[in-house]
Design a protein around this ligand. Structure first.
Ligand SMILES: [Fe+2]
Length: 135
């Protein structure tokens, strides 16, 4: 079990691809920790990391969109807000209830699934748009 970045996820913008690689590396750490029975500890680390990293990453992506006058900016931005909201919800839950296995599973399933889907569809569309405008 584990998750690896693969070439098919590349959107063709190095700075963004590198950030995606980092994100997947962190989720991979969580998956490996789960196998080792250390998922709960690692989820705390991941949540703390995501809270900051995702804000930087999304604002880099959105900056690029503004720079290229990307027509789908609003809907893309809305997707980012949704993800940030999911992280906040999970964080609040874990703070109120304490981190438990079901939070780890939720992070694995929901966050990772969203991320892979977002990169392979929404971010790739952005990458294609940027490339099409490059002479
Ligand atoms: Fe995005």
């Amino acid at each position: 079990m584990g998750i690896e970045w693969r070439e098919s996820l590349a959107i063709g913008v190095d700075a963004i691809d590198n950030q995606h690689k980092e994100l997947l590396l962190r989720f991979d750490k969580l998956l490996n920790a789960c196998q080792a029975g250390k998922g709960i500890e690692e989820l705390k680390t991941l949540m703390a990391f995501l809270e900051e990293y995702v804000i930087t990453h999304f604002s880099d992506e959105e900056g690029l969109q503004r720079q290229h006058r990307y027509p789908d900016y609003e809907s893309h931005h809305a997707e980012h807000l949704y993800f940030i909201d999911q992280i906040k919800k999970l964080k609040n839950e874990t703070e109120e209830e304490g981190v438990s296995t079901h939070h780890v599973i939720e992070a694995n399933n929901m966050l990772l699934k969203w991320l892979l889907n977002h990169i392979s569809k929404v971010d790739k569309k952005l990458g294609a748009f940027i490339k099409s405008g490059t002479p």
